[in-house]
Design a protein around this ligand. Structure first.
Ligand code: PAF
Length: 282
C-alpha cells in the first residue's frame, strides 16, 4: 500500500494504473466499521482503491469541532492496509496559502436540513470533493448514506457539471443497538450515548406507523413527543424526497425521513427510507 501526501505524487502514482477501474473513498479519517464497509464496496466494484484522509477545514463552521476532530492516522493506515487499499491520499493542505478563493455551491439543496445549522458546510464539502475528483480522477466514488444530504448534493454536482464519475451510496452501518456509526460518536459520554439511541428508534417508529396506515403528520408528532420525553429538541425531523431533498406531503418510493439533533454538544444525524420492504427489493 502506498501513501501519498501531495496531488503531484498521487497523480504520478496513479498514472500507470489508468485503464483499470479506480474507486475513491473520501474520508476525514478516524475510520470505523462504516468506512470499512465503504472500502469493501469499493474493492468489490473496482480494481484499484484509493482512500483519501483529509480533515477539510472549509466544511467546518467557526464554532464547530475542526480543532478537536480526532486524528488517528496510524490506526487508519493499518485498517486500510488490512482491507487491501492500494493507495492512501493524505494531504496536509489542499487550499492556497490564504485560504479558498474558489468554492462550489448547489443553490437549492444546501440551504435546508443540515444547511440551516451549518450554512457553509456543503459548499466546503463540494469544494473539497471536487478537488479530490480532479486530483484522483476516479471512475467511481463511494459515500456513506448516513450523510444522505451530502450524497444527494454530490450526485447533483456530478450530474449538473457532467463529471464522468459514478457516485455509489453505501448503506448506513449501525452499532448493535441501532445508533448510526459516526466518528463523532466518540464525543458522547455514557448518558449521552444512551440518549442518542432515541434518534434511530424514533425514525423507525415513524416508519412503522406510516407503513401501518397512520397519517404522516400524526406519526411525526408522535415522534416529536418521543424526542421531547427524552429531552431532545431536534434541529429537524422531516420527510423529504431523497433525490431533490424537497419536502414531501405524500409518501412515494423516494420518500426518506431525516433527523438531526444535538445530544449534549454533539450533533448527530440519521435517516431512513420510507419504502416498504417489497419496494426495497424491486
Ligand atoms: O463525509 C465525509 O467524511 C466528508 O464530508 C468528506 C466527503 C470526506 C469530504 O470532506
Amino acid at each position: 500500500m502506498n501513501i501519498s501526501q501531495t496531488p503531484e505524487k498521487i497523480r504520478a502514482l496513479i498514472a500507470p494504473l489508468r485503464g483499470q477501474r479506480i474507486a475513491l473513498v473520501p474520508t476525514m479519517g478516524c475510520l470505523h466499521a462504516g468506512h470499512i464497509s465503504l472500502i469493501r464496496k469499493a474493492k468489490y466494484l473496482a480494481d484499484v482503491v484509493v482512500v483519501s484522509i483529509y480533515v477539510n477545514p472549509l466544511q467546518f463552521g467557526e464554532n464547530e469541532d475542526f480543532n478537536q476532530y480526532p486524528k488517528t492516522f496510524e490506526k487508519d493506515a493499518e485498517i486500510c492496509k488490512n482491507e487491501g487499499v492500494d493507495v492512501i491520499f493524505h494531504p496536509e493542505n489542499l487550499y492556497p496559502e490564504n485560504g479558498a478563493r474558489v468554492t462550489l455551491k448547489v443553490s437549492d439543496m444546501s440551504n435546508m436540513l443540515c444547511g440551516i445549522a451549518r450554512p457553509s458546510h456543503f459548499d466546503g464539502v463540494l469544494t473539497v470533493v471536487n478537488m479530490l475528483f480532479n486530483i484522483i480522477q476516479p471512475n467511481i466514488a463511494i459515500f456513506g448514506e448516513k450523510d444522505w444530504q451530502q450524497l444527494a448534493i454530490i450526485r447533483r454536482m456530478v450530474s449538473d457539471l457532467h463529471m464522468p464519475i459514478e457516485i455509489v451510496g453505501s448503506e448506513i452501518i449501525r452499532e448493535t443497538d441501532g445508533l448510526a456509526m459516526s466518528s463523532r460518536n466518540r464525543y458522547l459520554n455514557p448518558s449521552e450515548r444512551q440518549q442518542s439511541l432515541v434518534l434511530s428508534e424514533v425514525i423507525r417508529l415513524i416508519k412503522n406507523n406510516i407503513q401501518q396506515g397512520e397519517k404522516t403528520t400524526k406519526s411525526i408528532n408522535l415522534g416529536m413527543d418521543n424526542l421531547k420525553k427524552h429531552d431532545i429538541s431536534p434541529d429537524y425531523l422531516e420527510i423529504r424526497n431523497e433525490i431533490t431533498l424537497q419536502p414531501e406531503n405524500t409518501i412515494t418510493p423516494q420518500s426518506r425521513m431525516f433527523i438531526a439533533a444535538k445530544i449534549g454538544k454533539t450533533r448527530l444525524i440519521d435517516n431512513i427510507s420510507l419504502k416498504t420492504e417489497s419496494e426495497n427489493t424491486l
